[in-house]
Design a protein around this ligand. Structure first.
Ligand SMILES: [Ca+2]
Ligand SMILES: [Ca+2]
Ligand SMILES: [Ca+2]
Length: 277
């Protein structure tokens, strides 16, 4: 009897030990998963996507022709890009800097509308575009990711574009960084107009400005279903150089160098569900 009891007791202790061990193991795994979620890289975050539908837009700084198109809103602390002298403490909230954007297309023309909230319009007296109030559109036309430009035999080869637009009156465009390092006094408005079929219009509002843009991407046909990689950003200078920068994705990456963190611009309507028309 005593022997049976000892055997039974031994089994209970063994099973309890296993149970406690399993619990400890599960707790350790849970802690590990929690820590992994805290330190996951930006590339693990769900990437953003915007579907571009057909709509003809007049570039006249009148936004009524955008009615009904979906807007992406960029106004949270998480959208601030931090670094190069920009700190969270600089940002005085959405009235200091925030924006929403929309896109549309017609044929090969891409249209963008930026509605920017900014309390003070830049004097545009900084040498480099990005140190003033400035809109930036980075595009990976082939959605190939990787570095935006390569240097081969001393020659810069662009895989993607970094476009800058100054919301000055008149507005100015800056397109190709292998030709111009984004100096305010060297705009590429004529190239934008001729090579890119570009148009732009700015209007100041009581709390900021709006900018309408149209352009075609050189050598790219906007076929339904294709995806472009894209990042959108707005810089804020309130008179003493750039203090804030907000991006659509909010990912803390060097987006002007690497296209890995871009969201997607999907061309064309979503396909109809099978059997439904
Ligand atoms: Ca318009
Ligand atoms: Ca501001
Ligand atoms: Ca400003």
């Amino acid at each position: 009897m005593l022997k049976n009891f000892e055997t039974f007791h031994g089994i209970v202790v063994f099973l309890s030990g296993n149970f406690i061990y399993s619990c400890h193991r599960m707790v350790r795994i849970a802690i590990l998963l929690f820590l992994c979620s805290l330190f996951s890289s930006p590339q693990d975050e769900k990437s953003l996507s915007y579907r571009v539908i057909q709509r003809e837009i007049d570039i006249d700084a009148d936004i009524t022709d955008w009615k009904g198109l979906e807007a992406e809103i960029v106004k949270e602390r998480e959208h601030l890009w931090i670094g190069q002298g920009m700190e969270i403490e600089n940002w005085q909230g959405p009235a200091d800097l925030s924006f929403q954007w929309r896109a549309a297309r017609s044929g090969n023309s891409l249209y963008f509308l930026f509605e920017v909230i900014d309390d003070i319009i830049s004097p545009f007296n900084r040498d480099n575009t990005w140190l003033n109030d400035c809109i930036e559109i980075c595009i990976d036309p082939g959605n190939r990711r990787g570095q935006r430009k390569d240097t081969i035999d001393g020659e810069i080869s662009l895989k993607g574009y970094e476009l800058h637009f100054l919301p000055s009156q008149p507005a100015h465009a800056f397109l190709n960084d292998e030709q111009s390092p984004y100096f305010v006094d060297r705009p590429q408005d004529e190239l934008f107009k001729t090579r890119w079929d570009g148009e732009m219009a700015v209007r100041y509002t009581p709390n900021g400005y709006i900018m309408e843009l149209a352009f075609t991407l050189p050598d790219i046909e906007l076929v339904n279903g294709i995806e472009l990689g894209i990042e959108l950003a707005v810089c804020d200078d309130d008179g003493n150089g750039r203090i804030n920068l907000m991006t659509w994705t909010g990912i803390q990456a060097d987006y002007w160098l690497s296209m890995d963190s871009y969201g997607s611009l999907v061309i064309g309507k979503a396909p109809d569900p099978e059997g439904l028309h």
